[in-house]
Ligand binder design. Structure first.
Ligand code: B16
Ligand code: MG
Length: 218
């Protein structure tokens, strides 16, 4: 069987940490007197922590010093980490583990490509860190998605060519990053939103081994 690099985004693909990001950002927004809804939260998916704060401040037409921003970023992350601390295996999205197992059993190299700086502790918490041969996250990259840096680094760390690597992504920017890197983009979520993806699935329960085999044969 041929080998390809399989690269997974984290939030929205493996686990739904967006709900915890939301709670932590909402607490901060309330403190700052800025209205922050679930709809607003959609704009933060796949976006870096620093950029997320700027988006929230923008919602309130607020400006702030770098010192204040640093304090708020620290506070938001501390709040977020208290939620992460309570995560366990039950939070892995349905269908993800069978796909990881299939890839592992067939000797396929697996990496994580996430914007989160908390990626590794989250994978540890939900007990799937051992599936990953490489982790590239927000601590490693300087350019955010849609820049392909995170996925290019992931392929490189796996010792695999970027071209033909398979990326599972739930964000538009992530799908674009995969396409720019000449990788195979697999959109997870709403196909209308992720219409730029080469393949679309609602979630991992729809991804069967025949699909993975076909990818490997191409
Ligand atoms: P952190 P992903 C992203 O994860 C989240 O979707 C995004 O909402 C978050 O702001 C970003 O990670 C940074 O997370 O504050 O933990 O460094 O989808 O790229 O796995
Ligand atoms: Mg994501």
């Amino acid at each position: 069987m041929k080998k390809k690099a399989f690269i997974f985004d984290l939030d929205g693909v493996i686990v739904d940490t967006a709900k915890y990001h939301f709670l932590a950002w909402q607490k901060l927004a309330q403190q700052l007197g800025i209205e922050f809804t679930h709809e607003h939260n959609e704009q933060l998916k796949g976006v870096s922590r620093v950029r997320s704060l700027d988006i929230i401040l923008g919602l309130g037409n607020a400006e702030a010093s770098q010192e204040d921003k640093d304090t708020w970023l620290k506070q938001k992350n501390e709040d977020y980490l208290t939620y992460i601390n309570n995560m366990d295996e039950s939070e892995i999205l349905e269908g993800v583990v069978p796909v990881l197992q299939y890839l592992r059993q067939n000797g396929q190299p697996i990496a994580l490509g996430s914007a989160s700086k908390n990626a590794k502790p989250i994978l540890e918490k939900v007990n799937i860190l051992h599936y990953f041969d490489a982790i590239v996250d927000g601590n490693d990259v300087s350019n955010a998605k849609p820049d392909p840096e995170v996925f290019l680094q992931a392929a490189q760390k796996l010792g695999m060519p970027a071209q033909g690597a398979v990326v599972f992504e739930d964000s538009v920017a992530g799908v674009q990053a995969a396409n720019i890197a000449n990788m195979v983009s697999v959109g997870i979520g709403d196909a209308a939103v992720l219409h730029e993806a080469q393949y679309n699935f609602k979630d991992f329960t729809e991804i069967h081994t025949t699909f993975l085999q076909n990818l490997l044969n191409n």
